[in-house]
Design a binder for this molecule. Structure first.
Ligand SMILES: Cc1cc2nc3c(=O)[nH]c(=O)nc-3n(C[C@H](O)[C@H](O)[C@H](O)COP(=O)(O)OP(=O)(O)OC[C@H]3O[C@@H](n4cnc5c(N)ncnc54)[C@H](O)[C@@H]3O)c2cc1C
Length: 453
């Protein structure tokens, strides 16, 4: 008899996992609390835009979903940084030809749901909300508003139910796991930048736009229909916070002061601020991902992080790919696979969580500072000349899935120590001495015994 797997949550990670397991001959029930977004507009026309990068593409290509997702995605080769005066500086993400891809989370999810529908071994249940899990009895129950409750038996169950995971809530503490769920202290609000009158994008479509303003920022990512999805990230309380922006005047003055070039391009930003509750950013960590040898967490339910490295979903997709690889390595035997999965992924998710917090500072503060831009240029030039000696941290995380998040985090610390010495040179910004700067960096790196950058 085939192995029966229940996957709770038909978000992008749960759906990808279900497809991978079904193709290994398992019988999969995929359960989703919401209604089917392909039939009813559950997102009310709005969905988070995701920057997809190599780790995500690699996992999607495993199930043949990459072409369909790429067809609804747009490449972004650079960060376009807008200063308060409206000047724009382009910061390439990598070498020519390298890009991250903008796609709505709903679109990725729907491509995967279409694929899941074609798998004879998958049964998808919408509007089925997890109520309880009996691990020793190997049963899970779900409530359904339109139907009677559902009870399913399983050999294994995955919690792919997102940052606010009920699987985690029901099981972690009872199984001796430490759970740390926190608010970041910032929230976000989605805004729309409609197409220009000629149908083109209102700002360059091949870039991720950022208006960095210290403890708050605005970003905008392109959509295939000519619109841009913009997101304002603000602290919950204090200066420039959502709590302080309660009347029209305060919101208008924030936009006029901080985002003057973006304001006329956005669809009623002030009304949207006044009429919409912002969504909070939450972090979740749990010390164990596998419970009772039968239940495991995957995706955001295991590791909700702040979104500032553009890696949350990429990491969740990598979880799925790693799990499938490990299952194959262990000849389909679940007990060693589950142990190896937790051991392989948990340290990487922790490392990514740290990288993502660091990148908030980079995006919201540093990306607007000349010294930071200079450092990035020096690193990029050095990488181009000596790719075997130096790969920038962003490149390792975004374009090199063979480098784990933990390895990238450690390499980033070593690199920053070296770059601190370079940036301390009194003549570092002298354009006539850029060759000397490169030589100084080469000497430093060589003296560090070529530490596998
Ligand atoms: C503003 C923002 C920007 C982001 N940008 C990026 C980016 O650029 N790149 C990137 O890689 N990631 C990004 N992310 C992160 C990304 O959105 C998440 O990592 C990703 O959605 C996680 O997928 P998931 O399937 O694990 O969880 P989710 O997408 O949260 O899906 C979980 C599913 O489970 C369902 N569910 C929940 N509870 C139950 C229940 N009790 N019973 C049944 N079903 C249930 C939910 O309805 C949902 O469909 C961003 C996130 C935010 C908030």
């Amino acid at each position: 008899m085939s192995v029966r797997v229940v996957v709770v949550g038909a978000g992008p990670v749960g759906t990808l996992l279900a497809i991978m397991l079904a193709r290994e001959g398992m019988q999969v029930d995929l359960l989703e609390a919401r209604t089917d977004s392909r039939i009813h507009d559950v997102y009310e026309g709005r969905s988070i835009n995701i920057a997809l990068s190599e780790r995500g593409w690699l996992a999607l290509s495993r199930v043949g979903a990459d072409d369909a997702v790429r067809a609804v995605s747009l490449p972004m080769s650079a960060r376009a940084m807008h200063d308060r005066e409206g000047a724009v500086t382009l910061q390439p993400y990598g070498q020519p030809g390298e890009a991250i891809w903008s796609v709505s989370r709903a679109a990725v999810n729907e491509v995967l749901l279409d694929l899941a529908d074609q798998e004879p071994n998958i049964t998808v249940h919408f509007e089925a909300v997890l109520a309880a899990i009996d691990v020793p009895g190997q049963q899970a129950s779900f409530t359904r508003p339109e139907h009677s409750d559902l009870k399913l038996s399983f050999d294994y169950l995955f919690g792919a139910d997102g940052a606010n995971s009920k699987v985690r809530r029901l099981l972690a503490e009872d199984h001796g796991a430490e759970v740390d769920v926190r608010r970041m202290g910032h929230s976000y609000l989605e805004l729309t930048m409609p197409p220009a009158p000629d149908g083109s994008h209102a700002v360059a479509a091949d870039a991720l736009h950022i208006w960095p303003r210290g403890n708050h920022m605005l970003i905008a990512l392109p959509n295939p229909d000519g619109s841009m999805t913009a997101t304002a990230f603000l602290p919950d309380e204090g200066k420039n916070s959502f709590a302080s922006l309660t009347d029209r005047e305060a919101i208008e003055s924030l936009f006029d002061r901080d985002f003057p070039d973006a304001r006329p391009l956005l669809e009623q930003p002030v009304a949207r601020f006044l009429g919409t509750r912002p969504s909070m950013l939450a972090l979740a960590k749990v010390s164990r991902w596998v419970f009772g040898g039968r239940v495991a967490l995957i995706g955001d339910s295991a590791h909700a992080i702040v979104p500032f490295y553009g890696q949350g979903l990429n990491c969740g997709f990598e979880d799925c790919r790693t799990f499938a690889d490990l299952l194959a390595q262990h000849n389909g035997s679940w007990a060693p696979t589950l142990a190896a999965y937790e051991a392989a992924r948990k340290p990487n998710a922790d490392a990514l969580s740290e990288l993502a917090m660091q990148n908030f500072t980079e995006m919201s503060e540093l990306s607007g500072q000349p010294e930071f831009l200079l450092q990035k240029t020096i690193e990029r030039d050095f990488h181009r000349a000596h790719p075997e000696l130096w790969v920038p941290l962003y490149t390792q995380v975004t374009f090199l899935p063979e480098v784990s998040y933990s390895e990238a985090l450690a390499a980033g610390v070593r690199q920053q120590k070296i770059m601190d010495q370079v940036m301390a040179l009194p003549w570092v910004a002298d354009a006539d001495r850029s060759a000397d700067v490169q030589q100084f960096l080469l000497d430093l790196v060589t003296n560090h015994h070529q530490l596998n950058f």
